[in-house]
Design a protein. Structure first.
Length: 311
């Protein structure tokens, strides 16, 4: 397979940045990988696990001589982090990100890059777990999963091709989508489920405080399956909710209306209405099929032996 980068900088060597580096290294399609980050401890883990070759504390120096940059930090930090790197970047360096929100991220990245905005193409790899940091990175996390690219009007064709090749080299199925369409779709199928899972956990914990017996002590498959994603990074999800505010609010409103239809049917003892709502959801869900297969990670992560996949 062809090399995708001679020197790659990963700003934010966490679950996504770390997993991409592991996948590229396993396939031998990347030269040197430089890690840029916030805490020295996470970068030490990345180094120890062989995710990166070296770390660089000074962002401007990190950018020198690189031909590809991935910014994989929480969404609101993407443009500011890119801003610290940009002065050191050679003219031929291509830049992408991994943010779960695209419209505002692409716009902010283009503002930061100014005249060289053609070198940027937004990405969102549709893969993940509820774990964070370099310790959670998995060599096959991205394999066989979708990656959505959201090239802007300024993105050049060579940039687009390089970013396609980057994710494809990690085994991903790449497709393109306008950033606005992306943000609406993922507000519904990713951001809303996370908000709902966090809310469900809090609702049950709050009710628990009032009750004589701890309900959470009896939480089993249904509760744990639905709320697994509420163990995700609050920092990451704060940023996603705020960056995609309007779409997330619209999704929450739609969800609220659906819950209210169920509440009214239950309150009125309206079995027919309840059956109609439940049957419609059952057939929609069954048409979706099962979640993507979860393969055992080939590289053992530092924390936790078993990890669930999928967003
Ligand atoms: P993560 O595991 O928490 O990794 C993020 C890394 O960024 C951390 O190692 C963190 O360093 C570093 N970081 C945070 N703020 C920083 C800053 N201001 N400057 C420099 N480094 C900073 O998160 P992730 O899951 O990989 O997510 C990264 C990006 O991918 C996010 O934009 C997210 O929306 C997107 N994404 C996530 C998933 C998912 O399922 N997790 C899926 C697709 C896309 P420290 O460890 O030192 O704090």
């Amino acid at each position: 397979m062809k090399r995708v980068a001679d020197r790659l900088v990963i700003a934010g060597v966490g679950l996504i940045g770390g997993s991409l580096a592991l996948a590229l290294r396993a396939r031998g399609v990347v030269g040197e990988v430089i890690g840029l980050g916030r805490s020295a401890e996470n970068l030490r883990v990345a180094r120890r696990r062989g995710i990166i070759d070296r770390t660089e504390r000074d962002p401007e120096r990190a950018g020198r001589g690189v031909d590809l940059v991935l910014v994989a930090v929480p969404v609101q930090a993407i443009a500011p982090v890119l801003g610290t790197l940009v002065a050191g970047l050679p003219a031929n360096a291509v830049v992408t990100d991994a943010g779960s929100v695209k419209g505002p991220v692409v716009a902010a990245a283009e503002r930061v890059l100014g005249e060289s905005a053609g070198r940027f193409c937004g990405s969102h790899p549709i893969a993940g777990t509820e774990h964070s940091g370099a310790a959670a990175a998995l060599v096959d996390l991205l394999e066989g999963r979708r990656c959505i690219l959201t090239p802007g009007a300024l993105t050049t064709s060579p940039t687009r091709r390089r970013v396609h090749a980057l994710w494809e080299a990690a085994g991903m199925r790449v497709e393109e989508m306008p950033a606005r369409a992306h943000d609406r779709v993922f507000a519904l199928v990713s951001h809303l489920p996370h908000v709902a899972a966090y809310a469900l956990v809090n609702a049950v914990a709050d009710a628990d405080r009032a009750g004589p017996r701890r309900a959470l002590a009896y939480a089993a498959g249904g509760f744990k399956d639905w709320t697994r994603i509420a163990a995700s990074s609050p920092e990451m999800w704060r940023d996603i909710c705020l960056a995609n505010r309007d779409e997330v609010l619209a999704a929450i409103d739609g969800f609220g209306a659906a819950v209210e239809r169920l509440r009214v049917a239950i309150a009125q003892g309206d079995g027919a209405a309840l059956m109609a709502e439940l049957t419609r959801a059952q057939s929609t869900r069954r048409r979706l099929g099962t979640a993507p297969a979860t393969k055992a990670p080939r590289l053992r992560a530092r924390r936790g032996a078993r990890r669930s996949r999928g967003r």
